[in-house]
Design a protein around this ligand. Structure first.
Ligand code: 0A1
Ligand code: ZN
Length: 860
């Protein structure tokens, strides 16, 4: 490793406070690629301009195979290359710098820069992949106009795509051809993209609000073309939505999406040429679940929305990542809510936040939405930056209201179009457009940790008050916290009639406060943090009776769901600590919900599901995985048995449905499989046969995978038959085979660890494909009971996988580390075993800085 501290051997820490503007700007760049999978030659011509009065040389980040030539204004130049930086001394105020380098796409297993995936060549440059293609000041505040020419073998690479517009193309010598693309919009190099491959397109057009026609293309392998319809429909819906809701129009004549099988993340918003992990493009009812369809719509929209929130207005430095990501996630969440059910989407988003971000905020890797330092920026594409970042934007939307929020985004886009800016610039635009002072609110960007609120109703002589207290826990580097401004939507429900008072928005901005609530009924029940108005943990003194009442009557769907979850959590945590608990209130509440004819099946499905084992663990002082599993399964079985006729009714009501893709059909499918799960939990003798019938007779993947997910937890012959049939049917479809691995990794059977270890030796398992690796290894690490096997075998398995993956692809390896960092939450025995694995990783020679950062911080 070149880039280390000479005394400690540790890689350097980059700090936000050290930011300084670039010494040199690059207003224009032309690139010439001679493509080959083994070797590609890249020539770059940079027009550079000194920025400010200094005498410093031009520094170009460079991580290429070989530097062939560097010239300055056409003459050879004495350059200096050290620590992956190329230094070019320049006398004048501007100059032309030319480089020629060699890169090796096929050998690029990191999947950063230009790499080969299934015989196609494609790029990934965010955050710092461009330096692996050509020497360049690889930082987001250097914006350039790009011209590109690429040439390559026409038979291997019949399609040549890049950012912007195609300006010329033609035939070359020896079976080659070439294309030239120009992108008129200045952009940072992380948004650069090109693709060369044997692809076909689903083509369509979109007419923008000012009447311009845009050519749309979704590029895939020939056989996958029939699976692109949903992505295309989602793209057109997203383009329209952004015009209507944010007034944002698309700006180029072409918008292309390319599906790639080997991809480190979900997708990438390169200007005019989005590159996607194929799992977020390809879908048909036979191979993709409803959740896959929803994810495709969400990710297609997310990447498209980046065209404004990320591309036209970009980040000044990587500490500002949430500027584009938090805002864009908020935008894609709002889009998906508008396309389906607001209530269900909000529940899904909060579940996601609680599963991924709350644990992050409570552990050794906690960091603010705008981090202060990093070793490797790829490690900061986190749930905090993305999902908590989206909650921060949502809170501004709540505090300002939709009109003033929109005035804020209009001002932000017009003020900063073509610039690289900061989170502060976003908040300032919100303030300037709305007249609302957000100085205190900025704490949400700088303080890590999930605030805990205590809320209770108190009777005072003047009437009913809500008494609120907040506490923000210490996090690494932030031992003492200030009180945060916390927007809480609140109402009171009349226990006699079920009627709510008008909803109020309270902003709790002190450590504690007491607020009078007008118009309280005689027997009020508190409904708080309605629609999850703040990303906080709320503790109340509400009884099981109050929670059951709210779960049946709250007029806010999220609060209604939340009351049921709280009731279930209270019951389960009591059961874990005392060895047993009264299940009756939960069973009654579930009965009420199941039989409420006014409720949407999709909502019922969410409401009747027990909290996950990890979420129960998050609420306990010391996580006891076995007890959690046992008590949760006991409650599931009790719910199953006591309400068996209702589950069977719910199952029968939807079992004969033919496949359709619409919100009602999706809700019905979800409730049906949840009912099947409860029937299986009763131990009913016909459960396996019922599930197998669903597996065999279903006309869609949602039902098929749902049935498999139920069967996989048991020991029936049907289980083995279904797993075998699934494998045989889908063995050549990588995305579906991922589901086969995941379903088994998530099983509740006691022998799952043996199975996961065996699956890691399966001929279809590979470390080279990030989706496949995650389908087994990341899925297994969220199976709390199995991963935390007291023997430590689960920990060893994960650490072995991380170390093996690190040799190929450090970015993807590092993403697997966080489950081991949760050792403080477990008993001493498990904690010691987890620490031992982290220590083993840190001591491994040649470890990447990606894994080093995650593992060493996890030990602290
Ligand atoms: N900006 C992308 C996420 C992304 C980040 C890094 C990547 O590097 C491998 C790839 C994609 C998004 O938010 O969708
Ligand atoms: Zn994004």
């Amino acid at each position: 490793m070149l880039d280390v501290n000479k005394t400690t051997g540790a890689p350097p820490v980059i700090r936000r406070e050290d930011y300084s503007p670039p010494d040199w700007l690059v207003p224009d760049i032309s690139l010439d690629f001679r493509l080959g999978a083994e070797r590609t030659i890249v020539r770059a011509t940079l027009q550079v301009r000194r920025n400010g009065s200094h005498r410093r040389p031009l520094l170009l980040n460079s991580e290429v195979e070989a530097i062939h030539r560097v010239t300055l204004n056409g003459e050879p130049v004495n350059y200096w290359y050290e620590d992956q930086v190329l230094r070019v001394p320049i006398e004048g105020e501007s100059a032309t710098v030319e480089t020629e380098v060699r890169i090796a796409p096929r050998a690029n297993t990191q999947l950063m820069g230009l790499y080969e995936s299934n015989a196609m060549l494609c790029t990934q440059c965010e955050a710092q992949g461009f330096r692996r293609i050509t020497p360049f000041p690889d930082r987001p505040d250097v914006l350039s106009r790009y011209k590109l020419r690429m040439s390559g073998d026409k038979a291997l690479y019949p399609v040549l795509l890049a950012n912007g517009d195609l300006v010329a193309s033609g035939e070359g010598e020896g079976g080659t051809h070439w294309a030239e693309w120009h992108d008129p919009f200045p952009k940072p190099c992380y948004l650069f993209a090109m693709v060369a491959g044997d692809l076909v397109a689903n083509r369509d057009t979109f007419t923008t609000m000012s009447g311009r026609k845009v050519d749309l293309g979704i590029w895939v392998r020939a056989g996958d073309l029939p699976k692109t319809a949903h992505a295309m429909a989602s793209l057109k819906a997203a383009m329209k939505w952004d015009e209507e809701v944010y007034g944002r129009e698309y700006d180029l004549d072409i918008f292309n999406i390319v599906a790639v099988d080997d991809f480190n993340f979900g997708a990438m918003e390169n200007k005019g040429l989005n590159i996607f992990n194929s799992r977020y493009v390809l879908a048909d009812p036979d191979t993709a679940t409803d959740a896959d369809y929803d994810a495709i719509a969400g990710v297609v929209a997310h990447e498209y929305f980046h065209n404004w929130s990320g591309d036209r207005v970009t980040c000044r430095d990587w500490f500002q990542l949430s500027l584009k990501e938090g805002f864009t996630v908020f935008r894609d969440q709002s889009f998906s809510a508008d396309m389906g059910s607001h209530a269900v989407k909000r529940i899904e988003d909060v579940k996601m936040l609680r599963a991924a971000q709350f644990p992050e905020d409570a552990g050794p890797l906690a960091h603010p939405v705008r981090p202060d330092s990093y070793i490797e920026i790829s490690n900061f594409y986190t749930a905090t930056v993305y999902n908590k970042g989206a909650e921060v934007i949502r809170m501004m939307h709540t505090i300002l209201g939709p009109e003033r929020f929109r005035a804020g985004t209009d001002l932000y886009f017009s003020r900063h179009d073509g610039q690289a800016v900061t989170c502060e610039d976003f908040v300032k635009a919100m303030e300037d457009a709305s007249g609302v002072d957000l100085s205190h609110f900025r704490l949400w960007y700088s303080q890590a940790g999930t605030p805990r609120i205590k809320a209770r109703l108190v009777n005072r002589t003047e009437g009913v008050h809500v008494a609120l207290e907040q506490e923000v826990p210490p996090t690494p580097g932030q031992p003492v916290k200030q009180p945060m401004p916390i927007p809480l939507r609140i109402a009171l429900l009349d226990e006699a009639t079920g009627r709510p008072t008008d909803e109020r928005l309270i902003v709790l901005d002190k450590a504690s406060d007491e607020i009078a609530l007008d118009g309280a009924p005689a027997r009020p029940v508190l409904s708080i943090n309605r629609d999850f108005s703040a990303p906080v943990i709320v503790e109340t003194d509400r009884s099981a009776v109050d929670l059951a009442f709210l779960s049946a009557h709250d007029d806010d769907p999220f609060a209604r769901y939340e009351a049921m979850q709280q009731l279930m959590l209270d019951t389960l945590t009591a059961a874990v600590s005392t060895g047993g608990a009264d299940h009756a209130p939960v069973i009654e509440a579930v009965r009420q919900t199941l039989t409420d004819a006014n409720l949407d099946p999709a909502f019922i499905a969410e409401a009747v599901l027990l909290p996950s084992e990890s979420f129960i663990g998050d609420r306990m002082a010391v996580v006891d995985p076995e007890a959690i599993r046992a008590r949760r399964e006991a409650l599931r079985a009790d719910l199953g048995r006591t309400l068996e006729p209702l589950w069977r009714d719910a199952y029968r009501a939807h079992v004969a449905n033919r496949y359709a893709y619409n919100p009602a059909a999706k809700g019905a499918r979800r409730l049906k499989t949840i009912a099947l799960g409860y029937i299986a939990a009763t131990g009913a003798p016909d459960a396996a046969a019922l599930a197998k019938r669903q597996y065999d007779e279903s006309d869609n993947m949602t039902d098929r995978q749902g049935a498999l997910g139920v069967l996989v937890n048991g020991y029936s012959a049907e289980r083995d038959a279904a797993l075998q049939a699934f494998y045989e049917r889908y063995r050549t479809n990588g995305l579906v085979l991922d589901k086969w691995f995941t379903t088994q990794a998530l099983s509740t059977r006691d022998d799952v660890l043996d199975q996961v270890e065996a699956l890691a030796g399966h001929p279809d398992f590979t470390l080279a494909n990030p989706n496949r690796l995650r389908s087994l290894v990341a899925a297994f690490s969220v199976n709390q009971r199995a991963f935390h096997d007291a023997s430590g075998r689960g920990y060893r398995f994960l650490a072995d996988m991380i170390l093996a993956e690190d040799k190929l692809n450090p970015q993807t390896a590092a993403k697997l580390v966080p489950p081991l960092g949760r050792w403080r939450r477990f008993d001493e025995g498990r904690a010691a075993l987890m620490r031992a694995e982290l220590e083993r990783m840190v001591a491994t020679p040649g470890l990447s800085k990606d894994v080093f950062e995650q593992a060493s911080k996890s030990l602290a």
